[in-house]
Design a protein around this ligand. Structure first.
Ligand code: SF4
Ligand code: SF4
Length: 339
C-alpha cells in the first residue's frame, strides 16, 4: 500500500502553500528516506498566457529553498505544447514563464525549440511499444513532479498522471496520445456561430450549414469542445482510448526513475492551465498532497474531491487510474496521512 501525505489548507496564501510544499518534500526525503539527487529539476506548468488559475510561481519557493539549503542544483523543466499558443516554441514559452514570475532558477524546455528533441522509452504496453519523451528528461534520474489537480475537456480530473503524460511528452508524443481523437459536431445543436473555427489552431473546422471537422487536419486538442457555447461538439471516447494512452505515457515518463510527486489541490477548474483565459474554480481548495506513487496520489485527490464536493463530473479521470491497474503501474490502495 502506498503512502499519500496530505496537508489541508483551504486558503489562498501562496507563502503558506509554498511552506506546505516544502514540508511535503522534507517528509519524503528526511522522514521516509527517499534519496534526493544532486541535480533535480522541478516539473511545472507555467500557465498559458491569460490563464489566472495555474499554480503561481511563488508556490514553488519553498521547494527551491529546500533544494538550495541542501546544496542541490535545480531548474524548472517543461515541454512545448501541441496547439498554437504562446508556449509552442522554446523562446515564446520561456517569455511566458518569465512573465508569470518563474525567474528564480534556470528554465529547461525539454523537447527543444519546437518539440523536435525526443527521447524514446520502451514500455511494450497495450497501446504503445515506445513513448516519446522530451529529450532533456533522459539526463535526470529524478524530477520533482509538481502538479496542479484540475479538470481537462478530454482527460477528466487528475494531477500527477497528466503531468507525467502530457507534461513530459515531446510534441510527437502529445500527438500520439491524441491520435484518432476527432470530435464530432451535433448538427441539430450547432448554431453556426463560428467560435470553434476561431479556436481551432490547425484550421480543421469549416462551416457550411453547420460546423464540420476534418479528420485529416484535426490534432485532437479538444479546444473546440471547450469553447462551443451550446455544447454541440463531443468526443467519441471509444475510438480514442485517450485516458488509457495518458496512463501509458505516464508510465513511460517515470520508468526506472526516482521521481517525487507533489500536487496542489487548489484553484480546481473544469479545464486545464493551457486555456488562455480566466476561469473560475468549481470546488474549494484542499491543500497539498505528496507521494512517491503518482497513481495513489491521483486516486487520493479524486477520492477527496468526490467525498467532499459530491459532483459526478469529478469522477472523470478514473479510467486512467483503472488502466494503471491493468498495466501494473502504481497502486490505487493507499494510506492517507494527514500532516
Ligand atoms: S479538437 Fe477541435 S480545435 Fe482541436 S484540432 Fe480538432 S477540430 Fe481543431
Ligand atoms: S462553436 Fe458550437 S455552435 Fe458554434 S459553430 Fe462551432 S459547433 Fe457550432
Amino acid at each position: 500500500m502506498s503512502k499519500v501525505y496530505f496537508k489541508r489548507y483551504e486558503g489562498h496564501d501562496n507563502s503558506v502553500l509554498s511552506a506546505i510544499a516544502k514540508e511535503m518534500l522534507e517528509q519524503l526525503v528526511e522522514k521516509d528516506g527517499h534519496e534526493l539527487m544532486k541535480n533535480v529539476p522541478i516539473k511545472v506548468h507555467f500557465g498559458e498566457k491569460g490563464n489566472k488559475t495555474f499554480v503561481p510561481a511563488a508556490c514553488y519557493d519553498g521547494i527551491i529553498d529546500y533544494l538550495e539549503e541542501n546544496q542541490r542544483e535545480t531548474s524548472f523543466i517543461e515541454t512545448n505544447v501541441l496547439y498554437r499558443g504562446q508556449r509552442t516554441t522554446k523562446e515564446n514559452h520561456i517569455n511566458v514563464a518569465k512573465d508569470h514570475g518563474f525567474t528564480r532558477v534556470p528554465i529547461i524546455i525539454a523537447d527543444g525549440e519546437m518539440g523536435e528533441a525526443v527521447h524514446e522509452v520502451e514500455i511494450n504496453k497495450e497501446y504503445f511499444d515506445k513513448v516519446k519523451i522530451g529529450a532533456a528528461f533522459k539526463d535526470y534520474e529524478q524530477i520533482i513532479v509538481m502538479s496542479h489537480f484540475k479538470g481537462h475537456g478530454l482527460a477528466g480530473f487528475g494531477g500527477a498522471l497528466k503531468q507525467l503524460a502530457m507534461g513530459f511528452a515531446s510534441r510527437s508524443g502529445k500527438m500520439a496520445q491524441h491520435s484518432r481523437m476527432v470530435p464530432t459536431v451535433n448538427s441539430k445543436k450547432c448554431i453556426s456561430c463560428g467560435v470553434c473555427v476561431n479556436k481551432c489552431d490547425v484550421d480543421a473546422i469549416t462551416i457550411d450549414e453547420f460546423a464540420e471537422i476534418s479528420a485529416d487536419k484535426c490534432i485532437g486538442c479538444a479546444g473546440c469542445i471547450a469553447v462551443c457555447p451550446v455544447g454541440a461538439i463531443k468526443n467519441d471516447w471509444g475510438a480514442s482510448n485517450f485516458r488509457e494512452k495518458i496512463t501509458e505515457y505516464a508510465y513511460g515518463a517515470q520508468l526506472n526513475k526516482k521521481h517525487l510527486y507533489i500536487t496542489f489541490m487548489i484553484n480546481i477548474t473544469k479545464d486545464c492551465d493551457c486555456v488562455g483565459e480566466e476561469m473560475h474554480p468549481i470546488a474549494k481548495n484542499f491543500g497539498v498532497l505528496a507521494s512517491v506513487d503518482p497513481v495513489a496520489l491521483d486516486t487520493a485527490c479524486i477520492n477527496l474531491l468526490q467525498e467532499e464536493e459530491h459532483v459526478d463530473l469529478f469522477n472523470t479521470g478514473r479510467e486512467s487510474l483503472v488502466h494503471a491497474g491493468h498495466i501494473h503501474f502504481g497502486s490505487d490502495k493507499y494510506e492517507l496521512i494527514e500532516l
